[in-house]
Design a protein around this ligand. Structure first.
Ligand code: ADP
Length: 712
């Protein structure tokens, strides 16, 4: 083998190394995307290098020159692609043509085949730069140079053999080796550049990521394998109220986890660090600097060193305190809605029963009453049943009105000085003689009223107070079969409060019921019917709250219950108690003209019957208009005015009466029993007020009170 070939080749290597530089600087580092002009420009440079190679050839014989253009062009095809390689092929091809000689044809064909094989390799083996790229380079170098060897057939027969022998060894050994070496350098350049780029991108991503973690509304904490805090973000500090110095190096468990939860959370952290944690997400409470808790939903991961060792754990957390609270509220609201739906159904069934039962009694016994031959005592019994049933109906209506007023916060109180002794003794007496108690002969009722408080006067709404007492005592009687019901009171809190007590020896209330008895429509035995709307305690609670007190109970199932309530003592004075019993006087209205303004025929009839024996002259006005007409004709002494009348309302009548018959006493009768209604009526000029339904006794009391007040 001619040593000059090898020398020439080594010379060429220096030039070929320039190719690696071109590849590095003007190809892989150019971040602009590939374009045609860039391809032409690079092709021109590679072509120029080809010219230099061809100008420093090994000359085997005149006209047969030998150089490393095959390496240049095949690598150009493989690394740069079609356009630069085709341009380089054209440049070198044209130059070879100008050189002429015996080897022209072979020279041109080597240029074409080397470049084309490189291009083809690039496109048909797109992943050639993978792990086995050295073998790819070897394979391509072998193919290119085998073909080059084959190209010797284009030499004239005279020089073919001599040339073949001269170039066979370098072509099949040195050229592929050169191709591999240059290829390796270029691949390494490519890989080191892409690695660098990737690293740059990675550090940029890391920078963005850590700035994101710093600024995002998510907690980020890192801790070592002992659970000591290595890092946390600003959001975490803002949320917990600590400074960075107070947190770094501290034990996560000691600083942020409630002592009761430490074991559990410590276990989770251990499992995480020892890679045994099955679920990487969990939720727990952490403590803020002020000791309050917040709920965090965590995503956890392990922190590793570059070598893969475990450094600790990293957690990203979302503050879900508000979210969980809202969820709880939602669940609670749903529960309440379902509960109230259920209670509503129970209530409706109960109500229907509550209304139908007395209705049934009223209608049934009224029919029986029409039998003229009914013996006196039986008649009395029927009337008493009708009365009781009517009162029961009224109670239901009043309860429903009260609860809706309490709900709408429309319940207003009428404060007045009230003798507690009077309230209690009257209540006691009325229950002692009540039908309810008579039906339960095994119950005794007693009043435990301290003597020293007999003269106590309290500023309170005595009607509402009375209502609560009535509710509690009625319940005590209702839910007791035998034994004793004691009600009484005493002063507490240094005389600032009065505490009432109603105790019974009845069935008691199960522990689990708790304060539910104070909820509306709530009855302990919901599936077992008993008389009552389930509103009494709920109304009592609302009223006591309005009166400024509290209500509660103690109970032992099977043994009895004691209900307590307090009301504040706003003013206490001593009064003289008139203990003489008032005789209900007879009313004498001799020569007096009474107008009964009432549109309901039955109500008028009832009222007019009340006046039988009073010697009054009764006039009926069926509506407001006829009331005004009557005023023209007579000068009435008393007007019983229904406020809710057609054509001209009671209020309009009141105004006319005030101007036209100022001396007439007006007592308004209405079914709207509220105190607001009463205020409105009294402010419109009425002298008295009576709520429907009322009996003769009640009406006469009001008439007596009003006439005493205005005539004396
Ligand atoms: P009701 O109209 O059903 O009596 P309340 O609101 O007054 O409604 O009472 C609610 C429930 O509380 C009653 O249904 C009863 O189960 C229970 N309860 C109230 N007072 C007593 C008591 N003194 N002893 C036993 N249970 C009682």
């Amino acid at each position: 083998m001619d040593g000059s070939i090898i020398l020439g080749l080594l010379n060429n290597i220096a030039v070929l190394l320039v190719l690696t530089m071109i590849y590095d600087y003007s190809w892989i580092r150019q971040e602009t995307p590939f374009n045609f002009l860039k391809g032409i420009r690079t092709g021109a440079i590679i072509g120029g290098m080809g010219l230099i190679l061809m100008m420093t050839p090994s000359t085997l014989s005149p006209g047969i020159v030998f150089d490393s253009r095959s390496i240049l062009l095949s690598l150009s095809g493989l690394f740069f692609g079609t356009i630069p390689t085709v341009v380089a092929m054209i440049i070198t091809g044209v130059y070879r043509l100008t050189l002429g000689g015996d080897g022209t044809l072979m020279g041109i064909s080597v240029i074409i085949t080397s470049g084309s094989i490189g291009i083809a390799w690039k496109y048909f083996r797109p992943n050639w730069k993978n792990r086995y790229y050295i073998f790819e380079l070897l394979a391509m170098g072998m193919v290119v140079h085998l073909v080059m060897l084959a190209n010797t057939v284009f030499l004239p027969g005279s020089v073919f053999k001599e040339t073949f022998v001269a170039i066979a060894f370098p072509t099949m050994l040195i050229y592929p080796a050169g191709t591999i070496l240059l290829g390796i350098v270029m691949v390494k350049m490519y890989k080191s550049w892409t690695n660098r780029k990737a690293k740059e991108q990675l550090s940029e991503t890391e920078r963005r990521f850590s700035s994101l973690l710093e600024n995002v509304s998510m907690i980020s904490v890192m801790y070592d394998t002992h659970g000591r805090i290595l890092h946390c973000n600003r959001y975490f500090l803002e949320l917990t109220g600590y400074t960075m110095e107070e947190v770094i190096g501290e034990s996560w468990l000691d600083k942020f986890i409630h002592p009761d939860d430490r074991d559990e959370i410590g276990k989770v952290m251990e499992e995480l660090i020892s890679e045994q944690l099955y679920n990487q997400q969990f939720e727990n409470d952490i403590l803020k600097k002020d000791g309050s808790g917040i709920r965090i939903y965590w995503h956890n991961t392990i922190l590793r060193s570059e070598e893969g060792g475990i450094l600790g754990g990293a957690s990203i957390g979302e503050n879900v305190t508000q979210k969980r609270l809202e969820e709880e509220q939602l669940v609670e609201a749903k529960r309440k809605a379902e509960e109230s739906d259920r209670l509503k159904s129970i209530f409706l069934t109960n109500m229907s029963h509550e209304i139908r039962t007395p209705m049934n009694a009223i209608l049934g016994f009224t029919n029986l009453l029409s039998d003229n031959e009914l013996p006196g005592p039986q008649k009395e019994k029927y009337v008493s049943i009708i009365k009781h049933s009517g009162n029961r109906l009224l109670q239901i209506i009043n309860d429903i009105l009260d609860i809706s007023k309490l709900d709408a916060m429309q319940m207003s109180l009428q404060y007045s000085d009230s003798s507690l002794f009077d309230i209690c003794i009257n209540t006691f007496e009325s229950f002692r003689q009540s039908q309810l108690l008579k039906e339960k002969s095994a119950i005794r009722i007693s009043l435990d009223y301290p003597e020293e408080l007999e003269e106590l006067v309290l500023k309170t709404d005595c009607n509402r107070l009375q209502q609560v007492l009535d509710n509690l005592i009625t319940n005590a009687i209702k839910y007791t079969d035998k034994g004793e019901i004691i009600f009484g009171l005493n002063l507490e809190d240094k005389g600032r409060k009065v505490r009432f007590t109603v105790s019974d020896t009845g069935r008691g209330i199960p522990k689990e019921v708790g304060d539910m008895v104070f909820e509306r429509f709530r009855q302990v035995e919901e599936h077992e019917y008993h008389e009552g709307s389930g509103l009494g305690l709920s109304i009592s609670k609302g009223l006591i709250k309005l009166l400024g007190g509290e209500i509660w109970y103690e109970s032992e199932p099977g043994k009895g219950s004691t209900f307590y309530f307090t009301i504040p003592c706003y003013a206490t004075t001593k009064i003289e108690i008139d203990k003489t019993v008032q005789e209900p006087g007879k009313l004498n209205l001799e020569g007096k003209h009474v107008i009964i303004a009432e549109d309901d025929e039955d109500s008028y009839y009832l009222l007019s019957t009340f006046f039988d024996g009073t010697n009054a002259v009764i006039h009926h006005a069926e509506n407001g208009k006829s009331c005004l007409e009557l005023l023209e004709k007579i000068s009435p002494d008393l007007i019983l005015l229904d406020i809710n009348m057609p054509i001209v309302t009671g209020f309009e009548c009141l105004e006319e009466i005030r101007t036209r018959r100022p001396n007439a006493l007006v007592i308004v009768q209405t079914a709207y029993a509220g105190s607001e209604e009463r205020d409105r009526i009294m402010n419109s000029g009425a002298h008295g007020f009576i709520a429907k339904p009322f009996d003769k006794q009640e009406l006469f009391e009001v008439i007596a009170k009003v006439s005493n007040h205005y005539y004396r």
